[in-house]
Design a protein around this ligand. Structure first.
Ligand code: ATP
Ligand code: MG
Length: 353
């Protein structure tokens, strides 16, 4: 039976970069002997046109039955006013499926100039709590205005969610260089980020083979610029949001920044950049972030199903991507001369597909 993976093109450059990522992943999967059925689903402008809703019920019902999918970028700020209410489609999906772990790797590619060319780190960001926790949570986070001149934000940190994300970080460290850095600000935010740190250090006791250290978030930002010598970095939501953009830019460009959002049973590949409406439809978009995100999705799938073909597919995609960039073949944002489709073809050629 085929492995079913959802494909959501999204808005802006989404319909250009998503098919490139899918073509490359298809070829790699075929070579590894995995039969994949790609399931196209509509979200965003195309869904407004076809179903009168940027996030149609039919799409959510289809996602209910899938384990993993690729989500193209969304330009929800550009939707007609009646569809611009509240959360973006991506945020609704993250909440609906409890995708609590945001994994954002950052490494320099040969041939792409980087501030920290030796950096190779994985930021494991808690994706459901902290200052980004919403008011509907059982423990009630979110922002409030008791008067028009006073705004409050309630940050939520729970031991359970902190331990859960720490386990994800330590499990990844076992497959990498066996180091975890816990990032917090427990000298000032003693109760909230202090609880986060304590929970992570408690989980660390279950992983005696993994070295653990800790940093305050401000010092961490400076150290990432200074040497970038980190392996797995685990942190709460807001800190992880900021540090992962920093890490991406240090390693070359936000246009290279991949991510998956995962729970223990579902995962979604999503580039860290937006829909880039300014360059949409012109064959200029760089698909690297989404291609790497798709590789991460196969890693996740392989671990969850204990199927070695997941890692094999991810490895093939990454090798072809690195070889292509190392040969100086890239899109304009990286100084290259290839369009989106030509770059995709160059990666496919290196895959032998
Ligand atoms: P969002 O709010 O959705 O994150 P944003 O305002 O951060 O959006 P992006 O859509 O990420 O903006 O675009 C920021 C800039 O980076 C734009 O100039 C865009 O053209 C460029 N950019 C983003 N992604 C890519 C890409 N994959 N390839 C080339 N350029 C990109
Ligand atoms: Mg952005």
């Amino acid at each position: 039976m085929a492995t079913r993976i959802g494909v959501i093109d999204g808005d802006g450059i989404g319909p250009e970069i998503v098919p490139v990522a899918v073509a490359i992943a298809s070829s790699a999967a075929q070579q590894a002997g995995l039969d994949v059925e790609w399931v196209p689903l509509a979200i965003g402008r195309s869904a407004i046109e076809s179903a009168g809703d940027p996030l149609p019920a039919a799409t959510l019902e289809a996602l209910d039955d899938l384990d993993c999918w690729i989500l193209g970028p969304h330009d929800s700020a550009g939707y007609p006013a009646q569809f611009r209410t509240g959360l973006t489609p991506g945020a609704i999906i993250r909440k609906r499926y409890g995708l609590y772990a945001n994994l954002r790797p950052s490494r320099a590619y040969p041939g792409v100039p980087a501030v920290t060319p030796d950096a190779d780190l994985l930021i494991v960001r808690e994706n459901s709590e902290g200052l980004y926790a919403d008011r509907n949570m059982a423990v009630g986070g979110g922002e409030f205005m008791p008067t028009p001149d006073v705004a409050l934000a309630v940050g939520v940190i729970t031991r359970a969610a902190s331990e859960r994300i720490a386990r994800v970080a330590f499990e990844h460290a076992l497959r990498r260089r066996r180091r975890v850095t816990v990032v917090h600000k427990a000298n000032v935010l003693t109760l909230t980020t202090g609880l986060f740190r304590d929970a992570c250090l408690a989980v660390a006791r279950d992983y005696p083979d993994v070295a653990v250290d800790e940093q305050h978030v401000d010092a961490m930002a400076a150290l990432m610029v200074r040497h970038g010598d980190f392996d797995v970095v685990v942190t709460e939501n807001l800190f992880g949001d900021i540090l992962s953009d920093l890490a991406a830019e240090l390693a070359g460009s936000l246009g290279l920044a991949a991510s998956i959002n995962a729970s223990d049973t579902k995962a979604m590949a999503q580039a860290a950049h937006g829909a880039a409406p300014d360059i949409a439809g012109r064959d200029l978009a760089n698909p690297v972030a989404l291609i790497e995100s798709t590789a991460m999705l196969f890693d996740w799938w392989g671990q969850r199903t204990a199927d070695a073909r997941g890692a094999a597919i991810a490895g093939r995609i990454r090798a072809a991507l690195s070889d292509t960039l190392a040969a100086g073949e890239s899109t304009a944002d990286l100084g290259g001369s290839l369009g989106t489709t030509a770059f995709g073809r160059a990666v496919l050629a290196r895959l032998g597909g």
